[in-house]
Design a protein around this ligand. Structure first.
Ligand code: ZN
Length: 397
């Protein structure tokens, strides 16, 4: 009997030790709000100034989204991460790649693209958010063009090409990636660039951006501070902030991780976008559904990344995949609601009781579902036997 008591005490001590060792991520996931209902947000970056065939793709997307509703009758929606300018190739070429000149989304040549976006916004199926004035840092692109023939051809093309074909490091706006590893930008240059792009965004959409998503998910605290000064309330992230590009051009310098609902030092609410649905890369509709169900178990919103290139490179197949994915999501999760990132961020910030569950049982079940993502915790729980008491927390949410 005594032996059993000792063994039990030892086990409890061991479990306590494991919990203590992972206290920070465990507590963060307990504090993270738990949503009452599954929420789905389709997020699509790179739209705006760029190839003119976007206009047709946007019209087709809008008509697809208009046909899909959640249980409350709300239409499906897609965020558009908007880019506000592309290079004016002939003028850059005339300068011998010494001067940068831009063609902005306000230019007459993009009228059809603007109209397609604005028609979707008016119908509530498109929700614009700031991706950047351009999908690069212009001085870095100019410098790279003087060294690299491919970049030079892209930068000086008569018709704006897709930024997706540039080297990945150069698609990052908030570093100087002309040479690798990339160099940080001066805070004053960032502040001026953000102020300018927010003003340009406002001149097209009538209001400054409230939600921002950095190109290639590389940005810094200085960027967040500048966004805050312009009124940005929410920052879309992949769950970590990379601040640079390494010698191979890969995102690097991760200086913080974040969960949805956590606050940036500059005050914004972070949202995590971590479900990937890129039909051109072979992602099937089931992938969207699996992501939604997993996030619903975790009491989290499902933010799905599906870039513009899907709808330019293989428009009809990607539209069909998206429509099938939305239909399958509604079938698998009838309680699902469509929402904008701003609505979601505000609900998380205010702990709005209409959105956020404060009951113990659903919170425990969601917390349990979140633990498997903590690196090494799963293994520690298995080896220590902690997984058995934790399994008791599993339940229907
Ligand atoms: Zn992008």
């Amino acid at each position: 009997m005594e032996l059993l008591a000792f063994a039990l005490a030892g086990l409890v001590l061991l479990w306590g030790g494991v919990l203590l060792a992972f206290a920070r991520p465990l507590v963060a996931r307990w504090r993270e709000p738990v949503l009452r209902q599954p929420v789905l947000v389709i997020e699509s970056d790179d739209w705006g100034a760029g190839p003119l065939e976007q206009a047709d793709a946007l019209q087709a997307l809008a008509s697809l989204l208009r046909r899909v509703h959640d249980r409350s009758g709300r239409r499906a929606l897609m965020t558009l991460g908007v880019v506000l300018e592309v290079p004016d190739g002939p003028r850059v070429a005339a300068s011998g790649c010494r001067e940068y000149h831009a063609c902005t989304l306000a230019d007459a040549r993009f009228a059809a693209v603007r109209q397609a976006i604005q028609a979707g916004v008016a119908d509530g199926v498109f929700v614009p958010q700031l991706h950047g004035q351009c999908h690069y840092w212009p001085p870095a692109l100019l410098a790279a063009a003087r060294l690299d023939e491919g970049v030079r051809a892209w930068l000086t093309a008569a018709e704006p090409g897709p930024t997706e074909v540039l080297p990945a490091a150069l698609q990052t706006r908030w570093v100087d990636a002309a040479r690798l590893p990339a160099a940080a930008l001066p805070a004053a240059a960032i502040a001026a660039a953000v102020a300018e792009e927010c003003a340009n965004y406002a001149s097209i959409f009538g209001t400054p951006p409230k939600v921002a998503v950095a190109t290639t998910f590389v940005w810094t605290e200085a960027v967040e501070e500048a966004w805050a000064r312009c009124g940005v309330e929410a920052v879309v992230s992949p769950g970590a902030r990379a601040t640079g590009r390494d010698a191979q051009g890969r995102p690097a310098g991760v200086d913080r991780a974040m969960l949805s609902g956590q606050r940036a030092r500059a005050g914004q609410i972070y949202l995590v976008r971590d479900v990937y649905f890129e039909p051109v890369r072979g992602h099937a509709p089931q992938q969207l559904v699996a992501g939604l169900l997993a996030r619903a178990r975790q009491g989290r919103a499902c933010l799905v990344e599906t870039h513009r290139f899907n709808f330019l490179q293989a428009r009809d197949a990607s539209l069909a995949a998206l429509e099938a994915g939305l239909a399958a999501a509604l079938a698998a999760c009838p309680a699902l609601r469509f929402a904008t990132p701003l609505e979601l961020a505000r609900a998380l910030r205010e702990r709005d009781p209409a959105w956020v569950d404060t009951r113990w049982r659903p919170r425990l079940a969601a917390w349990r579902a979140r633990l498997d993502e903590i690196p090494r915790f799963r293994r520690a729980a298995r080896l220590s036997g902690l997984q058995f008491p934790l399994a008791l927390l599993r339940g229907e949410r």
